[in-house]
Write a protein that binds this ligand. Structure first.
Ligand code: SF4
Length: 226
């Protein structure tokens, strides 16, 4: 399975343009084969495929790969752009200052435990100095995220920030205009919103994110807390 996924990624890089995605049938499972625990198994296989990946130059500068983490049966998936310094040190997504803010949004805002959602990034390795991911790096890496999304099959994806929104939606409209309106990624409702790092620099934008998150909660049937 690990070799299969890596080969699929390489095959698609040969012919696809930027922001390639794996074909549906490449990794999806027939509905009749879905059994308890199959998501866990699929995710384990994907993480195994990610671990040790050297497909792009970021493999030479990373300390740890950050595959993603969370509930294999999550109804909501948060997708950021790439690991930062703390994530690179720990191998876990969104555990630095921006991660703490995301955790607050999930737990204090939405009223659910962080462990109940799934969190991942477009890139699994940190770009040096936290620079923006390059298009060719996204092309090489996004197939892993696509595989994770297929395995988890959430009802809603929240695309955190410009890079994640542009990569998932294949739309370069500024995030300030994209945010707040549901789009679809492979048939899954996808809400673009600001990245928590941006909120740390621009706290006044928290209000916009909260409006976006309320729409996500409504779509998932999560009642607003008092
Ligand atoms: S960023 Fe993605 S494609 Fe590049 S080495 Fe890391 S896992 Fe592989």
């Amino acid at each position: 399975m690990r070799e299969q996924i890596i080969q699929l990624l390489r095959d698609e890089v040969d012919w696809a343009g930027p922001y390639l995605l794996l074909q549906e049938q490449a990794i999806s499972r027939p509905a009749q084969q879905v059994t308890q625990g199959s998501e866990e198994h699929e995710l384990e296989e994907i993480v195994s495929a990610i671990t040790g990946c050297t497909s792009c130059p970021l493999s030479r500068t990373r300390k740890n790969i950050v595959p993603g983490e969370g509930n294999p049966h999550a109804l909501i998936m948060f997708v950021g752009e790439a690991p930062g310094a703390v994530e690179d040190e720990t191998g876990r997504p969104f555990v630095g200052p921006a991660g703490n803010l995301l955790t607050d949004i999930i737990e204090k805002g939405m009223g659910i435990k962080r462990q109940e959602v799934y969190i991942a990034n477009i890139l699994k390795c940190r770009p040096p100095g936290n620079r923006d991911p390059q298009p060719d790096e996204i092309t090489m890496c996004i197939g892993f995220l696509k595989a994770q999304i297929e395995a988890v099959n959430p009802k809603v994806i929240v695309a955190l920030g410009r890079i994640a929104a542009h990569a998932l939606l294949n739309d370069s409209t500024p995030i300030s205009k994209l945010r707040g309106t549901f789009r679809e990624f492979q048939g899954i409702l996808t809400m673009p919103t600001y990245h928590p790092s941006y909120l740390l620099q621009n706290p006044s934008k928290k209000r916009d994110v909260w409006e976006d998150i309320k729409k996500v909660m409504e779509a998932l049937g999560i009642p607003l807390q008092r």
